[in-house]
Design a protein around this ligand. Sequence first.
Ligand code: AMP
Length: 394
Amino acid sequence: MDKKTVRDVTWAGKTALVRVDFNVPMKDGVITDDTRIRAALPTIQYLTEQGAKVVLMSHLGRPKGERNEKYSLRPVATHLSELLKGTRVLFADDCVGEDAETVAKGLAPSEVLLLENLRYHAEEEKNDKAFAQALSRLGDVYVNDAFGTAHRAHASTAGVAAYLPAVAGFLMEKEIGIMGDALANPAKPFVAIIGGAKVSDKIGVLENLLPKVDALLIGGGMANTFLAAEGYQMADSLVETEALDTAQTLLAEAGNKGTQLLLPTDLVFADKFAADATYQTTDLEHLPSSGMALDIGPKTIARYTEVIESAKTVVWNGPMGVFEMPAFAEGTLAVAEAMAKVDGVTIVGGGDSVAAIEQANLGNRMTHVSTGGGASLEFLEGKSLPGVIALQSK
Ligand code: AMP
């Protein structure tokens, strides 16, 4: 990683203005999953240990530029103070303005202040200059540790870097370091597994990965579009007619380059899109004339497992089937288990694949489980993320 990090700053006496991703799921003011808060702890703890004053800023949900108690970060401040035992955690009712500035200035070294939801101000998402400047008054050095929003050019993720020296936090460093290395210099064989609903959502990822990988395994709804492009009649399956050309082009490209682009050879066909559907496993040669493919079949699972287990680098984005319904989760869970057996680097990115890994309780068996859905997708597309570009180079 060629960006400066929190390690490149002398912190004593300075205030760190840190963009974190505390956009956690909440129900009735109670945090239901604190993974994102925990993911930011290494950076916060490092800064407090170095004697910095720490001002944290985040968004939560989509309050659309208006104050709305439902999206208040106050419960997060309470939770954070429980996680950071022994550290005083304060909360400011607004993320900009005199009150926030007074509290920030009054912090003692190693104290933490969490600001109220950035998105109470419409200027945040507009990357408004005056708003970014107002944020910058709350610190001496800007730290971006919010990989999950690094693909957005907002005031707190990019704009503020125009007014303060800007460095990466540990989570940001880890995310872009591990994924960057895997893409730039992968140990071979390099295998990518791409699934999810639509080809159109993943064209960028497929195009970027195809020239880099030894094998590309396709599953999920998007596999139907590839199979349809090969001439199979997919009955009522999710097929994107507008993406058939793209699928054909990608198949031809893989053929020309000698890259293995693997499609399912059997499927689980259901009579309806429902958890209690009647279903059967079917080969491509015997596809039913009605019903829909909702998962990859056992032969496909066996083949994909074999390819995954012999890889040295594996990147996975997108489920192999409608894994939210237990009857159609087998393909996705099998991929998760195969990845856990890999003797090499394993990276999982994207909200649904991460949920599947957690469902299978295999998170700690992966090299890296990305905290950012959209951001990791854009990273896999080979795009430069605005939140990363804004950081100072070493
Ligand atoms: P994505 O957000 O593009 O990664 O897509 C994830 C969604 O794709 C999940 O909600 C899955 O239920 C859905 N999905 C996976 N396989 C299929 C399929 N064969 N047919 C319809 N939807 C699918």
